[in-house]
Design a protein around this ligand. Structure first.
Ligand code: HEM
Length: 551
């Protein structure tokens, strides 16, 4: 509209100049009337279109307009350009915690969205078997995740969960995780950070932490170190293939199923990219599985002694028919664990460091806690010897740090929304009717920002809310949903806390982490809550005199 009237104005002014160039007066007035008619006509058309659109709109639900064909999609699309999670939170707060999203009829976006802890407990625990991940999720992720723990339901999920759970709680596995983390933090992470300090370089802390946790989870799942955090921060083909494959898989969730299936059939666009990146992931897995099989058949000392990674453990197990698991199934198991543990802890740490930058009192308290723990070491003679390596029992004692990390996860949960599918007609405790096949989204991000759950100060970063008499107190998994709850509670929760505390304490003891001024920080729309532009920081060495005040 604006452009057209601008054109009309310029047409009038060009007519005036024609007049000065000698156009007869009556011709001019006829032309001006004609132009005025055009403007009136334009206004009429615009009004008609406006009225037509508004009469076509089928009304409002939950304060959101519903459009023919598109449903509530236009409101969602507008939110995608700003902050989708805040938009969902806003709608949920206005609707007492639950609303029904109507997407276009051709999409897979129709769903019930909830942030009500009663409903979340109902779907994650009370009626667990009525809310599986479902066929839609399974079909969408199957090319990448196959039948691994993340995408499987029922018996296939149960078997893996049981075996992995035993493994996760074994002493040998704990030793593997703590040793591999120690090696990565002291052998690589701190070297990379020290290099940045020496050369006064700003770094993307999120990228570095993502590299750290990728190497770490590959050591746990496959028993191999891909070397993403090596000096020079190289691009590792397997890591790149994995990242590309997850990004392309996520795109399937927002495309109509028939479209991505057609693109897959024709080998086009993102589907072509997905196919190539999955080949990269498969090649890596194949090589590792082959090598491990050879090692195990030779029963080399190295293999017998050291290997307690998931691949080796599952290779020694048998399926329900007493046969060893197929290579494909072993690949699926490892790929799923990598997906689960790859970037959840690193993005949580990124949000934590960002929050700490604007909460110096919380940082002081963490430092005080770390220094008190060091002071209490029985063998005080090691106190001043570098490097300061925190021991597992010391990490356990860091209650305030655990509270601060939980608070960061409450406000910025690594998995911001999650999804289930209804098997049989059901009803939520809040009265919402659920028809068979309905998709249900539970919004962890929104749950951390609801006054009904956390009180008036729900948007503030207050680690103290997690402490009673100075000790960390966990919350109900249906109120603090960052790690999921019920039978599908995150298997890596204890390890993730250990990993995050170890990394955070090792960094904070040595450096001030200052976020670069005006660096834009916002969530990226993905399965995991990455910072869209990473986290640019400058590191400064902590002076010894600064730490001395805590001893
Ligand atoms: C801050 C760190 C972490 C957070 C916030 C987190 C959160 C979650 C969430 C929300 C789920 C449920 C996902 C779903 O069912 O759709 C989950 C599942 C899982 N997580 Fe974590 N996770 C973290 C770290 C880890 C780590 C480090 C590992 C492994 C090394 C891990 C292993 C798993 C596994 C295996 C599952 C699947 C459980 C199942 O379906 O039975 N997680 N996690």
């Amino acid at each position: 509209m604006i452009d057209t009237s601008t054109n009309l104005t310029s047409l009038i002014s060009s007519s005036s100049s024609s007049f000065s160039n000698g156009l007869p007066g009556n011709l001019l007035s006829r032309r001006l009337f004609f132009l005025r008619d055009i403007q009136v006509l334009e206004l009429l058309v615009a009004s008609f279109v406006f009225i037509a659109i508004h009469s076509l709109r089928q009304g409002k639900r939950h304060g959101l307009p519903i459009w023919p064909v598109l449903g509530m999609l236009p409101s969602l699309m507008a939110a995608v350009r700003t902050n989708t999670y805040e938009w969902i939170t806003d709608v949920l707060c206005r609707q007492n915690g639950t609303f029904r999203f109507r997407g276009p009829w051709f999409s897979s976006l129709n769903c019930v969205v909830t942030a009500d802890p009663r409903n979340v407990e109902h779907l994650l625990k009370t009626k667990f078997s009525n809310f599986p991940k479902g066929q839609f999720f399974h079909n969408t992720v199957h090319d990448l995740l196959g039948d691994g723990i993340f995408s499987a339901d029922d018996e296939i999920w149960q078997r893996q969960r049981k075996a992995a759970s035993i493994e996760f709680h074994s002493a040998k596995f704990r030793q593997l995780t703590t040793e591999s983390l120690l090696e990565l933090v002291h052998g690589r992470l701190l070297t990379v950070l020290e290099n940045a300090v020496t050369n006064s370089l700003s770094i993307d802390l999120q990228d570095i932490l993502l590299r750290l946790t990728f190497d770490n989870v590959c050591m746990i799942a496959f028993g191999v170190d891909p070397g993403c955090l090596s000096p020079g921060l190289p691009e590792i083909p397997f890591a790149k293939a994995f990242e590309d494959a997850t990004e392309a898989t996520v795109l399937r969730f927002i495309s109509p199923t028939c479209i991505w299936k057609a693109m897959r059939y024709l080998d086009l666009g993102t589907e072509k990219k997905l196919k190539i990146s999955i080949q990269g992931v498969d090649k890596f897995a194949e090589d590792v599985i082959d090598t491990r099989k050879k090692e195990l058949s030779l029963q080399t000392d190295d293999c017998k002694k050291q290997k307690s990674d998931l691949l080796t453990v599952f290779m020694k197990l048998k399926d329900e028919n007493g046969r060893p698991f197929s290579d494909k199934f072993l690949r699926d198991i490892c790929v799923n664990f990598i997906l689960a543990g790859r970037d959840t802890s690193s993005v949580a740490l990124s949000w934590f460091f960002w929050l700490l930058d604007s909460h110096p009192t919380a940082e002081e308290k963490i430092l005080g806690e770390i220094c008190r723990i060091i002071r209490d070491r029985r063998d005080l003679d090691t106190k001043d010897k570098e490097p300061m390596v925190f021991r597992p029992e010391e990490i356990k004692k860091m209650d305030y740090l655990q509270a601060a990390l939980s608070e960061a996860l409450r406000l910025y949960p690594s998995v911001p929304v999650d999804h289930k599918e209804v098997v049989e007609d059901d009803k939520f405790p809040d009265g919402t009717e659920l028809k068979k096949g309905t998709k249900v989204i539970y919004a962890m991000y929104a749950m951390g920002r609801m006054k009904e759950i956390w009180g008036e100060d729900c948007r503030e970063f207050k680690p103290e809310r997690w402490l009673r008499d100075g000790r960390f107190m966990s919350e109900s998994a249906y109120k603090f949903t960052a790690f999921n709850g019920g039978p599908r509670l995150c298997l890596g929760k204890d390890f993730a806390y250990y990993q995050m505390k170890f990394v955070a304490a090792s960094i904070l003891y040595r450096y001030h982490v200052n976020v670069v001024k005006d660096h834009p920080v916002m969530p990226k729309l993905a399965l995991t809550m990455y910072m869209k532009h990473g986290l640019k920081v400058n590191l400064l060495n902590r002076r010894k005199s600064e730490l001395d005040k805590y001893f």
